[in-house]
Design a protein around this ligand. Structure first.
Ligand SMILES: O=C(O)CCC(=O)C(=O)O
Length: 278
């Protein structure tokens, strides 16, 4: 019996590789979380450091709370089953009027995750519109073989190595997943997706949360971590991240350092490391 998603939503997710929008937070809650993020940014001079963009559920209690929140996890359970890990959380912030973009890519090519579907939930903390550079997806590309990718290092590209699908992508078939603040989209990480620059007058602030069944494993490198957000973990393929008691909790910050170092090894395998991005 599904908890949240309708049969039509589940069918579309399986057939096309995405479903959007899913309402999660009220406008007041969303504004409160945005304010917490921006207060932290202001406390350190205005921006997140690259290393703070990833595994940020280990740095901020409110993100650890979000990845355990039933409004986020129930639709994931409808798609992945009862035993769920959150592997990573990533901030995607495009400043107002910024050229930041994300090239067409399929994440699974770089994440080393095997033996289970991976679902990205992307939560908007500000308007994600066509103007502000919302995500665009290419329906159905999660099926079949992965497409070849090339590293095309580019400062404005938010991806770690500027990875891009190296065959022509038919933009006419892309679907824009515009979101209001407090809504999230769901996509299979085999799905090709991209986003353009932010030509709006507001920041585009997104938080992606990446969920896997506990049966999944890391096929690159020896050590990786994930948070158990629902059910139990009979497989123990990942080191479980601690629950976070408060923002910048010293044990969780120490864990974050180890976890992001492991992530760097995975994401940059066979490539030069770029500390501007992670
Ligand atoms: O935020 C974006 O525009 C892209 C996000 C993305 O690539 C992802 O969540 O996998």
């Amino acid at each position: 019996m599904p908890k949240t998603l309708s049969d039509a939503a589940t069918a579309q997710f399986h057939d096309d590789g995405y479903w959007s929008p899913v309402p999660v937070l009220s406008p007041q809650e969303t504004a409160g979380l945005r304010a917490q993020l921006e207060a932290f940014e202001a406390s350190q001079g205005g921006k997140l450091q690259p290393v703070q963009r990833n595994k940020c559920h280990l740095l901020f209690k409110w993100i650890d709370d979000l990845i355990h929140d039933a409004r986020v996890v129930d639709p994931i359970e409808d798609l992945l089953g009862p035993d769920i890990l959150c592997w990573n959380t990533i901030f995607w912030i495009k400043e107002a009027g910024s050229p930041s973009f994300v090239s067409w890519h399929q994440d699974i090519t770089y994440w080393g995750l095997a033996d289970g579907d991976v679902i990205t939930a992307w939560l908007a903390l500000s308007p994600a519109s066509k103007e502000s550079g919302c995500m665009r997806v290419m329906p159905g590309t999660h099926m079949g073989d992965l497409m070849p990718h090339e590293d095309r290092w580019d400062d404005a590209n938010m991806l770690t190595r500027g990875q891009e699908i190296a065959v022509e992508v038919d933009e006419a078939k892309a679907v824009a997943m515009a979101l209001d603040p407090g809504q999230m989209s769901l996509h299979n990480v085999r799905l090709a997706h991209a986003s353009g620059p932010n030509i709006s007058g507001d920041r585009r602030i997104g938080l992606s949360m990446h969920f896997i069944p506990t049966s999944a494993r890391q096929s690159v490198g020896g050590w990786d971590s994930a948070a158990l957000v629902r059910g139990s973990d009979a497989h123990q393929h990942f080191h479980l991240t601690p629950r976070v008691e408060r923002d910048l909790d010293p044990p969780a910050v120490a864990f974050h350092e180890k976890a992001t170092e492991a992530l760097r090894e995975i994401l940059y395998r066979d490539a030069e490391q770029n500390t501007q991005k992670l």
